[in-house]
Design a protein around this ligand. Structure first.
Ligand code: BUJ
Length: 652
């Protein structure tokens, strides 16, 4: 079945291969993925593919269908056709030529980075996501100082592995029990290097792009007028520590890359904790919460006022360790703390900050332009595993001598103009953060295992529940973004899964408007069709066969050629589909407790979720509390309805 066939027959009249039960995790999907990777390897086609323009337009129209009325749809169809046969064709040809000339990277890397760096919106709340670590299973290790030392040491061990090129390749394991086993590794080591990759492919272990790690350490986003820049200095050996808005640095590596003794690191942190007891009078961290042009201007003033060296030390530090001075009260407080904090003890421009509170809660807030969730998650997993299995320091033991000579407190010369910029930034940030609500939600009636038993996709079911909840709230299907990694390709970043579909719309209407008219069996069929189509879209996106990045790159090309913006992009329907009311992302990890990110639009939701074996959970952000409570109730209602249907009960 051609899943886009509800729109029009395939223009060339070609018959598409049947696509059944495809999902990145299903068995049907894997041979395809296997073939793609094998081909990539054999023919050295390792780049993200540029989809056929015709396919992108078809996928775009399929995604528009549930969002538009009949006449709007016809109008958009007309514009899409004209684009496909006119300027779009030329742009597409041009994009392919450019891509061929830039063999070292993917067609989307430059434009996507540009999109991030050109945005003038504050990065906090709008871009930087957070991910928190689970607590250390040994409660006494959750002491702030002990945890900060252990996580820092493990993070530096990761850095050293990366620098010595001994970090194991990032691999997506389909059968982790087998392919991660010692026996498999032994089998691989016996193969000649030239064919060992094939061994990995046969074991269904797929390598992922690791180029983003180049910006994980020693890096910062630097504000500039019009477009920011990414800065890295891999020669720097110091750690940046923030405490109550004060900045401290100390060399954590010696000149040949050896890490300081863990108890020495701990002693430095004790010094910092003792020194920075009161909040700085003008905490410069607030400036990183500003509009990027405003911040760029103040930064220039900072440099001119004689702070170049201190600013350089912040930018080039290996990473930023934020030692917060309060305890976490509940999950919602934890999310607020990690997503935006109180502003004074953060430097949001840093590639990532490791944040640790008094009760030992720990998390990462990361700047998004340089990398995506997959890279950060691997780092988090390894740091968590190492810090809990091989802790560098133990509780209730500290270094005998607390030498503070090696810790430098950064000093700044601030003039009136800079001081007032800090005050203004603080006022704006405080206003904005008070508008933000974050709430976790847990559903305990079923999880991954149960949905798999129903022969459906867990991800599709959660996405469908969001669609039904949104339909209840907005009375219509709304534009939805689900993030999908394309790290399976060289320099791949992400593609969008458009989880609002004609199938989910039909299903939402059945559950909301006509709920009593349908039998449980009929409703189950509707859910099944959503699940199948979602799995298909998920597979397309993971293989770089979505439409969002392709259309985005063509638009970027038109802009950079100085062309007038094609009518296709001026269509209100194009603007609308990119006004994503629901922004969603999921991750699955044994080390993660919570995660989240702000909504993409002021009246939308940011939904981070995870589907565990026997339950599912999400963490939702919104700027309007009232809406969020209702959304959560509707989400729960939808999941309860699905459970009734799965159990064969009709709806009441
Ligand atoms: O798509 C992209 O290009 C990148 C996306 C952008 N966006 C945030 C807008 C979707 N970025 C990511 O997807 C990174 C997100 C990283 C955080 C993910 C957090 C999800 C974990 C939630 C666990 C919730 C558990 C709740 C338990 C009660």
């Amino acid at each position: 079945k051609d899943y886009h066939s509800h729109l029009s027959p395939h223009p060339r009249g070609e018959k598409k291969t049947p696509q059944k039960n495809f999902s990145p995790l299903s068995h049907h999907f894997l041979p395809t993925l296997f073939l793609v990777f094998l081909m990539k390897h054999c023919f050295h086609i390792s780049l993200l593919p540029i989809p056929e323009l015709e396919d992108s337009i078809k996928r775009y129209m399929a995604a528009q269908k549930p969002l538009l009325g009949d006449s709007e749809y016809r109008n958009t169809e007309k514009l899409a056709k004209a684009f496909k046969n006119g300027i779009g064709k030329e742009l597409h040809r041009n994009l392919i030529e450019l891509d061929k000339k830039n063999f070292h990277t993917s067609y989307v890397t430059g434009p996507w980075l540009d999109r991030y760096l050109s945005s003038r919106d504050p990065i906090v709340l709008n871009f930087n996501p957070f991910i928190t670590f689970k607590r250390d299973p040994q409660e006494s290790y959750n002491d702030q100082l002990v945890r900060a030392t252990n996580l820092t040491v493990s993070a530096i061990k990761f850095l050293n592995s990366l620098r010595s090129s001994i970090l194991e390749p990032d691999i997506y394991y389909v059968n982790p029990q087998w392919s991660k086993s010692k026996a498999f590794k032994r089998f691989l080591s016996l193969l000649p290097t030239s064919v060992s990759w094939y061994g990995a492919y046969f074991a269904q272990a797929y390598p992922l792009d690791m180029s983003q790690y180049g910006h994980l350490f020693n890096s910062s986003r630097v504000p500039k007028q019009g477009k920011d820049e990414l800065f890295s200095d891999h020669g720097a050996r110091h750690l940046l520590v923030m405490r109550n808005g004060h900045f401290y640095v100390f060399d954590i590596l010696d000149p040949i890359g050896n890490i300081l003794h863990p108890y020495e690191i701990q002693a430095h942190l004790i010094n910092i904790l003792q020194d920075g007891e009161t909040v700085a009078e003008y905490p410069l961290g607030y400036l990183t919460t500003e509009n990027r042009n405003t911040w760029a201007a103040v930064r220039e003033q900072l440099l001119q006022a004689g702070n170049e060296e201190s600013v350089y030390k912040i930018d080039s530090a290996i990473f930023c360790l934020c030692l917060d001075s309060f305890r976490i009260e509940n999950s919602s407080h934890l999310s607020h703390c990690m997503l935006h904090g109180y502003g004074y003890n953060r430097w949001f421009d840093k590639s990532f900050s490791l944040i640790i509170t008094v009760d030992g809660s720990a998390g990462i807030n990361f700047e998004h332009s340089w990398g995506d969730g997959v890279a950060v998650l691997r780092f988090i997993n390894e740091v968590y595993a190492d810090s809990t299995k091989h802790p560098a320091v133990v509780p209730k033991r500290t270094a005998a001598v607390l030498c503070s000579a090696n810790v430098e407190k950064l000093q700044f010369h601030l003039n009136e103009s800079i001081r007032s910029a800090v005050t203004v930034a603080r006022q704006k940030f405080d206003k904005q953060r008070h508008k933000m609500t974050v709430k976790p939600f847990e559903f305990r009636k079923f999880g991954k295992q149960y949905v798999i038993q129903q022969r459906m996709s867990p991800d599709a079911i959660f996405q469908l529940a969001c669609q039904v909840a949104a339909y209840r709230q907005f009375g219509k299907t709304v534009p939805t973004y689900e993030s999908c990694s394309t790290a399976g390709f060289k320099h791949g970043r992400t593609e969008t899964i458009r989880s609002a579909t004609v199938y989910t719309k039909r299903c939402a209407q059945a559950f909301i408007i006509d709920r009593k008219k349908y039998s449980a069996q009929e409703l189950r069929k509707l859910i099944e069709s959503c699940s199948k189509y979602h799995k298909f879209l998920q597979m397309e996106a993971a293989l770089g066969q979505g439409f969002d990045r392709h259309l985005f790159a063509l638009r970027y090309l038109a802009e950079s050629r100085g062309d007038p913006m094609p009518e296709f992009y001026q269509d209100p329907a194009y603007q609308y589909i990119n006004y994503n009311i629901l922004s969603t992302s999921t991750l699955n990890s044994p080390s993660v407790f919570l995660g989240g990110f702000g909504p993409l639009v002021p009246d939308g939701f940011g939904i981070g979720y995870n589907i565990y074996d026997y339950w599912l959970g999400c963490n939702i952000t919104s700027y309007v509390e009232r809406d969020l409570d209702k959304f959560l109730l509707d989400l729960e209602g939808s999941l309860n309805d699905f459970f009734d249907v799965f159990q064969g009960r009709s709806l009441k």
